[in-house]
Design a protein around this ligand. Structure first.
Ligand code: MLT
Length: 330
């Protein structure tokens, strides 16, 4: 009796179709052989988007494939992170996220991903100072005056942010805690659109990263009060630190990193890490970061281990502060 060979097996035998053999798993050695998407959890034109676009060009050159940037806004960055956590770990969906990766678990009790378990870290990118800024015709001229003003006008002052889980929201929370006020918050999909409204005078003030605010402070279209880092920022030398201006507890730097789904092969992660390191050593990237008030992280931080250590350390730092605040995103 002759044995029937299924058509699929025939195709497999003749190597006509890898997929027909059940062998559709891409070989990590071939990575990348098509376009890569960098998923940004906030609106286009904002600080995370800016950092992403700055690194994606040299990374694209290094990897030999186009990198497209996709903005997936919502719920303070958790929608984008949840999306990438659920993707196949093939290196084609890469999340660019910031400090919000470490604050989301305590802000969102029903979060559908675990930052440490559901991702592999690729490497750190930059640690961006924040600024406290206001519409240009807002009455207070200094941080000290802002504190007095919000104490006296807490029921009318509006504080913009990019939603619960955003860096701007965390910094605003530290400000409110330090001053002892509870302000009306105005959430946006990112601080890109929030800055547009600040320039337009629709909101009073906000915390935001220098990568979004430096040029607008320099042009005088918004008012800068302070930087939230221990040292002043070269691009904004006239701005005092929050500690100098009397609010030492409002200190926060917005660290950024790249993530891929947890089942991504290490060989692919290594290629992304190497390309990130090349991008961050690129003089034009260094110069553009400097104009925006920041620097690439030191070379030894552009590793999965350094990135994972930072993520763990920041979860440990922010969890008790957020739990004590009682703030929740849902
Ligand atoms: C953005 O890209 O819009 C920001 O990073 C939002 C934020 O976290 O404040």
């Amino acid at each position: 009796m002759s044995r029937q060979i299924p058509l699929a097996s025939l195709a497999c035998l003749t190597m006509l179709s890898l997929a027909a053999c059940g062998g559709d798993e891409a070989d990590p050695a071939d990575y990348p052989d098509s376009e890569i998407t960098f998923v940004v959890p906030f609106a286009a034109g904002g600080p995370t988007d800016t950092v992403t676009r700055l690194i994606s060009e040299p990374m694209s050159e290094e990897l030999g494939q186009q990198i497209v940037v996709q903005n997936v806004e919502g719920a303070g960055g958790t929608v984008a992170a949840g999306q990438v956590a659920g993707e196949e770990g093939d290196g084609y969906q890469v999340l660019v996220h910031h400090i919000g990766m470490s604050t989301a678990p305590s802000l969102y009790p029903d979060l559908d991903y675990d930052p440490l378990e559901d991702f592999k870290t690729v490497g750190l990118i930059t640690d961006v100072p924040m600024t406290i800024v206001a519409r240009k015709d807002f009455e207070p001229e200094t941080l000290e005056e802002l504190v007095s003003y919000v104490e006296e006008n807490a029921d009318t002052v509006t504080l913009a942010n990019a939603g619960v889980g955003a860096a701007s929201q965390l910094c605003g929370l530290l400000f409110e805690q330090a001053v002892g006020v509870d302000l009306t918050e105005v959430p946006y999909d990112g601080t890109g659109p929030a800055l547009t409204d600040l320039v337009g005078g629709q909101v009073d003030f906000m915390c935001d990263q220098t990568t979004n605010t430096a040029a607008t402070i320099q042009s005088g279209d918004i008012k800068g009060y302070a930087v939230t880092t221990p040292e002043r920022v070269d691009a904004l030398p006239d701005l005092p630190t929050t500690a100098e201006a009397g609010l030492p507890d409002v200190e926060v730097g917005v660290w950024h990193g790249l993530y891929v789904p947890a089942d991504t092969p290490d060989e692919i992660v290594d290629k992304l890490t190497d390309a990130l390191a090349v991008a961050l050593a690129d003089q034009s990237v260094i110069d553009q970061f400097a104009d925006l008030g920041t620097t690439p992280v030191p070379e030894d931080q552009v590793t999965p281990d350094a990135h994972t250590a930072k993520l763990q350390e920041q979860i440990d730092l922010w969890t008790p502060i957020i739990e004590e605040s009682g703030v929740t995103g849902g």
